[in-house]
Design a protein around this ligand. Structure first.
Ligand code: NFE
Length: 483
């Protein structure tokens, strides 16, 4: 008989997520036969931006999340640069890249050591790591557990490095339309270099070997959690000063099994968001974010829906986004799509970015111009497409009478953890869960490994809670109700 396991909240992610999986016998083995991914809080940022001065957009949207604020700042200024027809000066582009790169490094290291690795190795024998589940934890990975404390230092250093040019971390205030607010100076470049050298050593000598060791011990996870097998990247880290710049990690779409030559360009006009299974007004189903709306409904009035996340689709199909998508589209990693491929691609991407940051640092000219006079257009629109650590991030803005008239944000976790769409097609994470074996429905570690491989951030995807809503039970470890 089928068992429904409810993980609410899913822990070791950012934000509030619930995942329900139905487990049944398939060919004599317990497997997930259905999955539902739910964002349990409403995010109202698009609504509160309406009517504001466009200069507020990077400052406010950076508050969406403390883990990837820099990406939101970057997306907002790119949207406003586009609306104003401005390309920032060279050193502003480089500084934007360096602070964003620092944010990627801290996020990827955080994800592996503090969020994901504890699905595979026991944490220290003290709270909050105990009590732990009695699940398949294989020997041979003591090094990974032993690097937890160093990983915290790595994360601190990456934050400090970003704050050198960002002024503060998280939520730097240096991203402005037309450029950047801090200026490259020789002593700052030196300080940045010191942290970067330390971090590059950590990534090369500790992080990557640890992920490779994990992928050897848990090699069965190369065939678990494939998902929708279509990948999307917008591209990130502009390498020249044109509106259509070359990028360190280029954008494109790819299908599983494709080779680099099969990667094709994407067209942002093909992006829509379905709300059939989301708590939003049905009249806004399948709209482009350029004309989309955020009109929440009372969940009691739409009982067929099950998430505050909308369901972004490209040509009406779900796409996985994230480090694996970026590395695949860029031709850097095309070994496969699975739980372990996601971890490996994320680790290799971390090194690729750190090495590129070293080159960018040398491109800075102390005292160089970092800002071109930016005038808010009276009436214009712009799209800011970039990448956050977790995948493709887009901001869509329209300005009228010099105020924000329209703002829509599609975050990476909306792509990956989306609910079903109006074609009844599941989101990528839901698809990745269906079919996986589960040894013990009361401790479904296999499902958590799949979920964590996407590094979901529900803070980015949804925000705010109803004071009169259902109580949310918080716990130090994953909480299960089995019914
Ligand atoms: Ni809150 Fe975020 C990233 C963005 S994920 S972490 O990376 O955008 O949806």
């Amino acid at each position: 008989m089928a068992t429904i396991t409810i993980m609410d909240p899913v822990t070791r992610i950012e934000g509030h997520m619930r995942v329900d999986v139905t487990i049944d016998q398939v060919d004599g083995q317990s497997r997930v036969v259905d999955a539902r991914s739910t964002g349990t809080l409403f995010r109202g940022f698009e609504t509160l931006l309406k009517g504001r001065d466009p200069w507020d957009a990077p400052i406010i949207t950076e508050r969406i999340c403390g883990v990837c604020p820099v990406s939101h700042g970057m997306a907002a200024v790119k949207a406003l640069d586009a609306a104003g027809g401005v390309v920032p000066p060279t050193d502003a582009r480089v500084l934007r890249n360096l602070v964003l790169g620092a944010n990627f490094l801290q996020s990827h290291i955080l994800h592996f050591y503090l969020l994901a690795s504890l699905d595979y190795v026991h944490g220290p024998a003290s709270a909050p790591w105990t009590p732990a589940w009695d699940v398949d934890m294989r020997p041979g990975l003591e090094g990974v557990g032993g690097h937890l404390v160093q990983a915290i230092e790595a994360r601190r250093r990456a934050h400090e490095m970003g704050a050198i040019f960002g002024g503060r971390m998280p939520s730097p205030h240096t991203y402005i339309p037309g450029g950047f607010t801090s200026v490259p100076r020789a002593n700052l470049i030196n300080d940045f270099q010191g942290h970067l050298n330390w971090l590059a050593d950590f990534i090369r000598n500790i992080y990557i070997p640890d992920v490779e060791a994990l992928s050897t011990v848990y090699s069965d996870y190369f065939s678990i959690g494939q998902g929708c097998r279509e990948l999307l990247a917008y591209g990130v880290f502009d390498l020249d000063d044109t509106a259509d710049s070359n990028q360190l990690l280029r954008g494109g779409i790819a299908k599983a099994g494709s080779t680099p030559t099969d990667v094709t360009a994407f067209n942002s006009n093909s992006i829509t968001e379905s709300v059939k299974y989301s708590w939003y007004d049905d009249a806004t189903d399948n709209l482009s974010p350029s004309s989309g709306a955020t009109n929440p409904v009372d969940p009691q009035d739409k009982v067929t829906a099950y998430s505050w996340l909308k369901a972004p689709r490209y040509e009406n199909r779900p796409f996985e986004v994230g480090p694996l998508a970026r590395m695949w589209v860029n031709g850097d990693y095309q070994d496969g799509i699975s739980v372990m491929d996601r971890h490996l691609a994320r680790a290799y991407e971390t090194l690729k970015i750190a090495e590129a940051m070293n080159d960018w640092l040398h491109e800075l000219t102390p005292g160089a111009k970092v800002y071109d006079n930016y005038g808010i257009p009276k009436e214009a629109s712009g799209i800011g497409l970039t990448e956050a650590p977790r995948g493709a991030l887009g901001h869509w803005v329209a300005v009228r009478e010099k105020k924000i008239e329209h703002y829509q944000i599609i975050t990476p976790t909306c792509w990956n953890a989306s609910p079903r769409d109006s074609n009844e097609v599941m989101g990528p994470l839901e698809q990745a869960l269906v079919g996986i074996p589960v040894e013990n429905p009361e401790q479904p570690i296999e499902a958590l490994r799949v979920i964590h491989s996407f590094d979901p951030c529900l803070s980015c995807a949804v925000h705010m809670m109803r004071p009169d809503g259902e109580p949310i039970v918080l716990s130090a470890g994953p909480l299960m109700k089995v019914g």
